[in-house]
Design a protein around this ligand. Sequence first.
Ligand code: SF4
Ligand code: SF4
Length: 378
Amino acid sequence: MIYTKLGKTGLEVSRLSFGVMRLPEKDDKDGKRIIDRESSIPLLRKGAELGINFYDTHPFYCMHQSEIVLGEALKGIKEKVHIQTKCPLWKELEPGETWSNRLEQSLRNLQRDYIDLYIAHSVSWETFEKKGRDFLRMAAKAREEGLIGHTGFSSHDKPENVMKLLDVDEFECMTIQYNLRDLQYARCIEKAAKKGMGVIIMGPVGGGILEKLPKGKEHIKPEKVGGVPEMALRYVFRNPGVSCALSGMSSMEQLEENIRTISSPDPLTEKDYLELEKSFFSLKELADLYCTRCGYCQPCPQNINIPGIFHAVNLWRIYGSEEQARFFYGMFTHPDKEGKKRDPSVCIECGECEKKCPQHIPIIEQLKEAQELFGKPE
Ligand code: SF4
Ligand code: SF4
C-alpha cells in the first residue's frame, strides 16, 4: 500500500481509501432491502488488514447503516484507521436539533469518541453562506473538545462556486468527484493542492460507469492495464494534486483488484495517457445519463428505485447488454410484497428526487425515457 500526506492535517492515509457507500445488500425475511452484515463486516476488516487506513462514511449511506456497520467492523481491530464522516448541511435542522447533535449521533453510530475528519457534506456556495459559519464554529469547538481532528467539505456545486469554498481558508480538506468521465473540478483540485489542502477523490470509477467500456469501444483500454477499473483508478492517481481516492467497494474481488492496482507500478506512459484522453473524451455514449448511483435521491415516496432503473438504462444504452438490462429493470421495478407498483409509471412528479441529485439529472424525464425504452411492466 502507498501512503500519502493528507494536506497539512498531519494524517498519513492510504492512497486507496474505502468509500463505505456500496456495501453488499440482501433482502430480509419481509423482503425489505438491508445491508448484508455477514459479507460487509469481513470486507471492511479485510480492507484494514490489506493496508487501507482511511474510511469514508456518512450517516445516510447504505440505508442509514453505513456508520453503524463500519463502527461494528472496526471494533477491536489492531490496525490504526482514520475515519471521515459528514454533516449533511443541506438538510435543515429539526426543531431543537443542533449541528453538534449530528456529530454526537455519528460518534454514537461509529462507537467512537473521536472522528479524524468531520466534513460539511455536499455544500453549495448558497448553503455555505446560510449555514457554513455555524458549522465551522461547531467544528472548531468540537476540535477543542477533542471530538474531531480536522474539518473539510464535499461539494457538487459549480466549479466556480467550489473555488469560492476553497477561498474560505478554514477547511483543511476537500472531497470532490473526479474521473475520466468527469474532469470539471480539475482546476479546483489544483487550487486546493496549492493551498496545502488534502484532496480526497470520490467516484474515481464514476460510481460504476467506468467499470467497462461501451460495446465496440473496448480497444480504448490500453493493453498494458488489466481492466477498465484499473485504467480509471490509475488515471485519477496520476493527478499530482490528488491525495487519495475513495473506492466504494462491495466485494472481496473488487477490493483485491484495487489493492493489486495500487501496489504495482503504473505501466502507462505520458503518451499512453494522452492517447487515452483523446479517445475517451470523444465517447458520447458516456455523456447522456451520468448517474453515479449515490442514492441521494432515495427514498422516493412512490418507492421507485431510481439508481437501479438508471443502472439498467445505462447497461442497455451504453454497453448494449439488453438482456442483462431487462433482468435488472424487471428486478428493480417489480411490485413490492403488498403488490404496490414501483415502476416509473407511478411517479407523481413531486420533484423531491431532483432537488437532491448532485448530478442535476432531470430524473422525471429520464424515468419517462426508461419506461419508453423498456415498455410498461406486465
Ligand atoms: S418525482 Fe417521481 S421519482 Fe422523484 S421522488 Fe417524486 S415520485 Fe419519486
Ligand atoms: S439519480 Fe442522482 S441522486 Fe439518484 S443515484 Fe443517480 S446520481 Fe445519485
